[in-house]
Design a protein around this ligand. Structure first.
Ligand code: C2E
Ligand code: MG
Ligand code: MG
Ligand code: MG
Length: 290
């Protein structure tokens, strides 16, 4: 967090010093910060299986819980972390927290997996396999309960290297998911070379599926492609029941989105999971984070 804070230009400055923060001008004038730097925290958002309504996984989404600015979304700081070479450390922290959280979920024998996002730079970092192994070992989380999400775009930077890395990761026994599917400009050929188990259809398709027949055709075609390749199709950004119904009709396997829950802090998610399984109401939506 220190390094990130520094990168944001948000660290302590001598009185009168110029600010050159990419992060901006949100501070109360003259207020100095004794509240600390806040923390990097993982928030979790459930994924629901459309066959039986069960929660099968949760995606870990990084947040910076800032003492003054509140909860900062990744869009605010991921670019800077990347620019300042901090992505490796950030990812290690996210993996650590996500694995620890998932290892503690009490789901009565129904395993719930945790999915962690990887950036392009991480995928090209030879040490990544060791970092993943370490997080699994320290948390006690079985490898098959961890999923790593990679984007098409991150594969395209150096495809040979990226594909090799995905195989090394898959050999650990973790799952691989292709995130934001449909938004990149990559060729379909690489799908053949990847040890992936699912495609995550980008939210932009989900959002337009009800209103736009052409988008519906794209979703239907993607479902078919995924299934022919032995992959699951997960739709992200599902916000309403009608869209979920449509996705079910189109053959989509799983959904993630505000309809079921917004991303929430780890403790809140653990409670949500427990309440939901005791309530026995697999479809009960509950929004926690604003
Ligand atoms: P993503 O991996 O595609 O994650 C899904 C994003 O959609 C999340 O945004 C989530 O909060 C949001 N979302 C989920 N359901 C809905 C919905 O129903 N409606 C709408 N409008 N949005 C929904 P978030 O958390 O802001 O993350 C944005 C992106 O930042 C992620 O997109 C991912 O690419 C990246 N990211 C997040 N956490 C990490 C991380 O730990 N490491 C890396 N490398 N990237 C991360
Ligand atoms: Mg993702
Ligand atoms: Mg997306
Ligand atoms: Mg995505």
């Amino acid at each position: 967090v220190d390094a990130l804070r520094h990168a944001l230009g948000d660290d302590r400055r001598a009185p009168g010093a110029d600010r050159h923060a990419a992060g901006g001008d949100r501070r109360a004038a003259g207020g100095d910060r004794r509240a600390g730097h806040g923390r990097i925290a993982v928030h979790l958002q459930p994924q629901v299986d459309l066959d039986d309504g069960r929660v099968v996984a949760a995606e870990a989404l990084v947040r910076w819980e800032h003492p003054e600015r509140g909860v900062l979304p990744p869009a605010v700081f991921l670019g800077l972390a990347e620019e300042h070479g901090l992505m490796g450390r950030l990812t290690a922290e996210v993996l650590e927290q996500a694995a620890r959280a998932a290892a503690a979920w009490d789901t009565e024998g129904q395993p719930v997996r945790v999915a962690v996002n990887l950036s392009t730079s991480c995928l090209e970092e030879p040490g990544l396999v060791g970092v993943v192994e370490g997080a699994l070992a320290r948390s006690g989380l079985p490898a098959d309960r961890l999923v790593l999400e990679i984007t098409e775009t991150s594969l395209m930077h150096d495809p040979d290297r990226a594909v090799e890395m995905t195989h090394r990761l898959a050999n650990l026994g973790i799952g691989l998911s292709i995130d934001d599917y449909g938004t990149g400009y990559s060729s379909l050929a690489y799908l053949n070379d990847l040890p992936a188990e699912e495609l995550k259809l980008d939210r932009s398709f989900t959002a337009r599926a009800l209103a736009d027949p052409r988008t519906r055709a794209i979703v239907a075609g993607t479902v078919e492609l995924a299934h022919h390749l032995g992959l699951r199709l997960v739709a992200e950004g599902v916000e309403d029941r009608e869209t979920e119904e449509l996705l079910r009709e189109l053959g989509c396997d799983r959904v993630q989105g505000y309809l079921h829950a917004r991303p929430m802090p780890a403790e809140a998610f653990a409670r949500w999971l427990r309440d939901r399984s005791t309530a026995g109401r697999p479809h009960a939506p509950l929004a926690v984070e604003g």
